[in-house]
Write a protein that binds this ligand. Sequence first.
Ligand code: ZN
Length: 172
Amino acid sequence: MAIRPILTVPNPILKQVSKPVEAVTDDIRALMDDMLETMYDAPGIGLAAVQIGEPINVIVMDLARDGEEAAPRYFVNPEILEVDEEFVPYEEGCLSIPDVFDTVDRPKRCKITYLDYQGERVTEWAEGLYAVCIQHEMDHLKGVVFIDHLSRLKRDRAVKKVVKAEKLKATG
Ligand code: ZN
């Protein structure tokens, strides 16, 4: 396993639409292992493959709270089948947009289908933080980041903040 660099906005790769995975092979599992390690190191609760420069339909997630045992989840070729009509607000953040947080409204629940780490088909309803996180990560697969749901002003401000912070990091 290896920790991989996480791309930040406005990197154009983050705007790419990810491609479906043909099969859950050992290579895909190795990528998911790297993604999980990268996500834990950041730390974050979800990561899409495109965020480490691999535009394919793969997501990892762990919603365990501090002090709880790790509970990694893996999603290959996830699809949303159905969503609630009711929307709920949640303050989101993103490893590709460090130190920016803002409220996004999303359907309260969504029914998803995906292949897991073993390549088995899983179909289930997600709700609560799980619903927020899977919708946020699946946006990444479409080239969408959470600030795209905000006003243009807020979006521009967020990108400027990230660019400035990255520049400071680069110059030490
Ligand atoms: Zn994100």
